[in-house]
Design a protein around this ligand. Structure first.
Ligand SMILES: [Fe+2]
Ligand SMILES: [Fe+2]
Length: 251
């Protein structure tokens, strides 16, 4: 009895009396403004991020942890801000960027869809309004190049930010001799920047690649599908997508 009461006390402290009563009735928690900081403080989200990244490490994948998700969150925010979107839309894309890879905890295959379902449950528990949950989960569920589409502006910015994170610092394999093509391409990229320009409605991915490590063709071999999805995403945002490698405009 004592343990139940202390549990109730903790829930009341976290959500307030009204929310607690709603939980007891089994009804929906009252909507509240959920911020990126709220999501970062959520213990389950944090566990999913860390475990998912560890699982991918065991499979030989590049880094998908705090470095990647914070970078994607920041790049997506920057794109949305520069194209003139509002404060709340910036916050939603920041949340989608931070949560987009949590599905890796379930399996890499279909991680976009499992991630969307997990995000739905977490954001509902945190009290996010239903329409905003719909926006964020649609963005997460559509960020993968195999089955994704820029279904809303949050999804479009998330796709552009996620696909632009190709960089040396993502490679976890320390044995260069055993690099696969993904390691080689990521390791060769010394600089990447996604430049969104509102004036001429252009989004350019600028890369500096050390061609002694991998030829530019290797980049296209594994990332052509991603670049095509980036082009569709930029188009959804009313922009033209461009790719610039070592100062040369390629598309
Ligand atoms: Fe992903
Ligand atoms: Fe990602």
């Amino acid at each position: 009895m004592k343990r139940i009461l202390s549990g109730r006390k903790r829930i009341i402290q976290r959500f307030g009396v009204m929310q607690f009563q709603a939980i007891l009735r089994g009804s929906q928690v009252q909507s509240t403004t959920v911020t990126l900081e709220d999501v970062k403080r959520d213990i389950l989200t944090d566990t999913l991020i860390r475990t998912g990244n560890r699982n991918l490490g065991a499979m030989g994948y590049t880094e998908h942890g705090y470095r990647h998700i914070n970078l994607v969150s920041n790049i997506a925010q920057n794109v949305i801000k520069r194209l003139g979107f509002s404060g709340r839309e910036v916050e939603l894309v920041a949340i989608a960027g931070y949560m987009h890879d949590i599905g890796n905890v379930v399996n890499r295959d279909g991680h976009h869809m499992s991630g969307a379902v997990l995000a739905y449950l977490i954001l509902k528990r945190l009290g996010m309004p239903q329409d905003e949950i719909g926006t964020v989960t649609a963005a997460i569920g559509n960020h993968d190049e195999e089955a994704g589409s820029p279904v809303n502006s949050t999804a479009a910015a998330l796709i552009l930010a996620d696909k632009s994170d190709v960089h040396r610092t993502r490679v976890r394999n320390t044995d260069i001799a055993s690099f696969d093509i993904h390691d080689r391409v990521n390791y060769a990229v010394e600089h990447s920047f996604l430049r969104a320009m509102e004036e001429d409605r252009t989004i350019i991915l600028e890369l500096e690649i050390d061609t002694r490590i991998c030829p530019v063709m290797d980049y296209f071999e594994i990332f052509l599908t991603r670049m095509l999805l980036c082009r569709r995403s930029a188009s959804f945002l009313g922009c033209r997508f461009g790719l610039q490698i070592n100062g040369n405009k390629l598309i």
